[in-house]
Ligand binder design. Structure first.
Ligand code: PLP
Length: 452
């Protein structure tokens, strides 16, 4: 057991946590996670917890892969840092770029490295505007995103995000960003035919382009499945219609694959699951399975040809773009995902089992909808199923349920009253059973506490 006395008080005294209610943290103290193995994490009080969220949707390969630690150690001894600016490169950055070209859809032969998903989306914004300037259309600047999207916490990332609370705190979005509705069938129009609803939600993009003027719109950005917005699975009709609109209107299509990249939906990229064929893809998280902070923008030929052919210098980059240690770890992670067929094996076996068992939870009195794709899923908690009544105020029951889950040894995330899982791709069938058993017990206990 590590020495833990005083950690919680020091944490409250000195550490300003991201996305944390400070009053609640100070009242309860933080949970200090000390180590992890496979799909489990341990806290400083010795509790073993099944990590249903793979950290923050990122530890796709599972915890404790020694090969990744060895890659970091070896690279730190060889060359702990050098930059990729000014015509320099390093072997890990070269190797990772080539691996990404091998593992991504054929239009992606180039990658621009960043340190995180937020930086990737900042890079997207800079890159699409620069692209249109190079094409002689400098007025094409506006990027259309979606309500409730999450694209990061930097100023551009938070502006592209569609979260009203983030906008309100930071006086965002910055100019040149517009939002349209999300394809949230259960939340918006559950009585409507699902594919009709999907078409209606997609055509909001067309209406917005008309409103803003096609000549002013640079790009549309979206997550294949909205993650932090509540695992919003789009109707089947949604993405083909978006694809049609982007192709007919002269705008770039950007997929934010920060969550859906590297196997989450059962294909290497979420775009492949939905047949999206984007011009750019933002990546991070699963690129290194979270073992090192690294992200990137995968640049399709349409944009790369212009940047390389006509661009000159792109005045953009980060000290840690293509960091050699992070790149070495990411390359090792990708080789393991590829050679052990982790994504394909999860898609063939454990994810159909997980999705089938997950949908059994829809019978629980607290659950209005159970949905998911591949290795991501959500439960919508409701006060009453029929007639449908949501909990008020929104979020209280989700938080209660999340806390009970942790008491029962399971991490689930609460987005308002939606309970989410996004476990490591190496979850076993036995661990699916454990997850469902703990989730069911937690829902039962939440229902009892609500009735008291
Ligand atoms: N894009 C999506 C879809 C995300 O889910 C996230 C983080 O959760 C980000 C971007 C931001 O990534 P980061 O936290 O690495 O900056």
């Amino acid at each position: 057991q590590p020495h833990t006395s005083g950690w919680q008080s020091q944490d409250s005294a000195h550490h300003l946590h991201p996305f944390t209610d400070y009053k609640a943290l100070n009242a309860k103290g933080s949970r200090i996670i000390t180590h992890a193995e496979g799909c489990y994490i341990w806290d400083s009080e010795g509790n073993k917890i099944l990590d249903g969220m793979a950290g923050l949707w990122c530890v796709n390969i599972g915890y404790g892969r020694k090969e990744l630690a060895d890659a970091a150690y070896a690279q730190m001894q060889e060359l702990p840092y050098y930059n990729n600016f000014f015509q320099c490169s390093t072997p890990p950055a070269v190797e990772l770029s080539a691996l990404l070209a091998e593992l991504t859809p054929p239009q992606f032969k180039h990658v621009f490295f960043t340190g995180s998903g937020s930086e990737s989306n900042d890079t997207v914004l800079r890159m699409v505007r620069y692209y249109w300037k190079l094409k002689g259309k400098p007025y094409k600047k506006i990027i259309i995103a979606r309500d409730n999207a999450y694209h990061g916490s930097t100023v551009a990332g938070a502006s592209l995000s569609g979260m009203k609370a983030m906008h309100a705190q930071g006086d965002l979005p910055i100019p040149g960003i517009a939002h349209i509705e999300q394809p949230y069938h259960f939340g918006v129009a559950p009585e409507m035919d699902v594919n009709e609803f999907g078409l209606r939600a997609a055509r909001a993009l067309e209406r917005k382009i008309d409103e803003l003027g096609e000549c002013n719109v640079a790009a549309f950005i979206a997550e294949p499945i909205q993650g932090a917005g509540g695992v919003i699975v789009p109707p089947d009709s949604y993405w083909p219609e978006i694809k049609r609109i982007c192709a007919e209107r002269d705008i770039l299509l950007v997929a934010d694959e920060v969550i859906t990249g590297f196997g989450r939906l059962g294909t290497w990229f979420g775009s492949q699951h939905y047949g999206i064929e984007p011009d750019l893809m933002a990546i991070a998280k699963g690129l290194s399975s979270g073992y090192q902070p690294i992200g990137g923008v995968l640049v399709g030929d349409k944009v790369a040809d212009v940047l390389i052919g006509e661009g000159g210098e792109f005045f953009h980059g980060f000290t840690y773009s293509g960091h050699p240690v992070a790149a070495a770890v990411a390359a090792t992670n990708l080789r393991i995902l590829r050679d052990e067929r982790i994504i394909e094996r999860a898609a063939e076996d454990v994810s159909p089992y997980l999705q089938r068992r997950w949908r059994e939870l829809a019978d629980h009195p607290l659950v209005g909808e159970a949905r998911g794709v591949g290795m991501v899923a959500a439960l919508e908690l409701v006060k009453s199923k029929s007639p449908r009544e949501d909990f008020a105020p929104a979020g209280k029951v989700g938080t209660l349920c999340r806390d009970i889950c942790v008491e029962n040894g399971l991490v689930m995330r609460a987005v308002r009253d939606t309970m989410i899982i996004s476990p490591p791709l190496v979850l076993s069938r036995e661990q699916v059973d454990e997850l469902i058993e703990k989730a069911t017990r937690s829902l039962d206990q939440a229902a009892t506490r609500l009735g008291e």
